[in-house]
Design a protein around this ligand. Structure first.
Ligand code: CTP
Length: 210
């Protein structure tokens, strides 16, 4: 029986507003993060799930905090990380946001131009920012790579100051099954081929007992 811990999980995309009705976002379904929060509760832990805009039911026993943008997600992490023992950063955070959020609809066609530009500014790297204060807490980051996956994932593991990084294949997006490689800062490597997200989530929660 493992010790009860407070597990913090982020899931889903972030949404970066252009104006009141338009935004930039991505295809993340949130399913991996929701499965991790569910697996945490099943293993006897307390779970807080910080969710971007997704259409998924809250798993039983999970405390859910809904957020929209990357900066909202950072504020929620700053609220909840101090009381957590582990962070699973499964959210697909937008790396950039529109430099300007128009107060009313962006009347872009009014200029008559055939081509327009949208200026973007960098969002903070949430997991890197939060991992700086981690102390004894465990931080698990995620990477989705299309080529040279393990090398790139290991570079991200170090740059972000995480304890483990979960390397996903792009076929995982929105799918029920997934293939992942879990790479540890201690040099460990575990590969899981064609598993359900619930099975992968259980293995990820088991990392806390290592
Ligand atoms: N992440 C984050 N803050 C960001 C961007 C990503 O915390 N602004 C986290 C994600 O939650 C994930 C990991 O960092 O745990 C993904 O790493 P990242 O390098 O940002 O991945 P991508 O943006 O998907 O990859 P790439 O830079 O190769 O496009």
């Amino acid at each position: 029986m493992s010790t009860e811990r407070h597990v913090l999980v982020t899931a889903g995309p972030t949404r970066e507003a252009i104006d009141p009705v338009r935004y930039l976002s991505n295809e993340s379904s949130g399913r991996m993060g929701f499965a991790i929060a569910e697996a945490a509760v099943k293993a006897g832990h307390r779970a807080t799930l910080i969710a971007g805009p997704v259409d998924l039911p809250t798993p039983k026993g999970v405390e859910r905090v809904d957020v929209v943008s990357a900066r909202d997600m950072l504020a929620a992490l700053e609220d909840h990380f101090p009381s957590a023992d582990a962070l699973y950063m499964a959210a697909a955070v937008a790396d950039y946001r529109p430099a300007q959020r128009h107060a009313g609809k962006w009347k872009v066609k009014e200029s008559g131009a055939d081509s327009v530009s949208l200026e973007l500014v960098r969002n903070p790297d949430l997991v890197k920012t939060i991992a700086r204060t981690k102390g004894e807490r465990r931080v698990i980051a995620f990477a989705l790579e299309t080529s040279d996956g393990e090398r790139r994932a290991l570079a991200k593991l170090q740059a972000k100051g995480a304890d483990w990084i979960v390397l996903n294949d792009p076929s995982a997006l929105g799918a029920g099954r997934t293939t992942v490689t879990i790479l540890g800062a201690d040099g460990s490597r575990q590969h899981f081929e064609d598993r359900t997200k619930a099975q992968v989530a259980e293995s990820l929660i088991a990392l806390l007992d290592e």
